[in-house]
Design a protein around this ligand. Sequence first.
Ligand code: IPD
Length: 271
Amino acid sequence: MMDKDIERRFVFAADLAREAGRCASRYFRDRSLAVTMKGQNDPVTTADLEADQLIAKRIAEQFPEDRILSEESGGDPANRLWIVDPIDGTQNFARGIARYAVSIAFYWNGTVMLGAIYDPMADELFTARRGGGAFLNGSPIRASEISEPKSALVEAGYSLKRPLADYHALVGRLLEAGYNVRQVGSAALGLAEVACGRIDGYCELHLASWDVAAGLVLVEEAGGRTSDFFTGNGLTDGNFLIAAAPALQMHLHEVAERERYPAELPCPIRS
Ligand code: IPD
C-alpha cells in the first residue's frame, strides 16, 4: 500500500469520525432512546447501530476492497481492516453522561496505521498517522513528562471479562504505589487523554481491539508507550493493555503487570 493510500484513508477517517459522532449525538439524552443489553453492563443503543451503519456505508463507498471489524457488526481479520467502535462509552451515553467517542482505526499488514477518535460533546477530534504525529483538532499533542507516580493520574478501566478480585488487586496496588486512579467509562477517550497529557496512563485487564486500536497509534505517535496489544490473538480476542507517559512506563508496567491474564503471554512495551 502506498503512502498516498494511507493518507487518503487518514483524511477520510477524520471526516468520518466527526460525521458518525454527529449522527450518534442526535440521540444523546433522548428519553425515547432504545437501549438493549448485550450482556451484563453492556448496552447497545439505536445510536450505536445507526452510527455503525453509517460508518460501514461510507467505507464501502470509498474503499470497497477494505474490510471492517466492528463492535456492533463484527467482522473477520483482513489485511486491510477498519477497526471501528461507533460509540465507545456506550454506558455513559445511555445514561446521559457526556463522555463517549467514535473510534475508527485502519490496520494494515498487522499494524495500526492511523486512528481517529471524536468526542462530539467537547468537539475534540484526536487523530494520528503512523510516523506522522498525533493531533488534537489539528494541533500537535504530546504525552505528559510526569515521572513520579505520586504526581500521576491514571485510569484503570474495569472489564467484566476478568475476575473482580484481579481488578480490586490492580487498583489497590496502583493506589499503594501513589497513583491517583479513576474509572470513567471510555477506553478510547482515556487513551486520547494519555496522548495529549491530560492523564499519565491507562490500564485495563481486558479490552477489545475496537476499544483501543485508534488510541494505541495516538499514544505511540504522541511519544507515549503501549503494551503489545496485538500480540497473540489480540485483534480478535482482545488483550490486556497498558498505555503510559514515557517516563512512567516501566513503573506502571511493573505495578499493573502482576495482574496480567493469562500470565504466560508476553507483554513487551512498545516505543
Ligand atoms: C467499553 C469502554 C470502557 C471499558 C470497557 C469497554 P464500550 O467500551 O471502553 O471504558 O472499560 O472495557 O468495553 O462498550 O462502551 O464500547
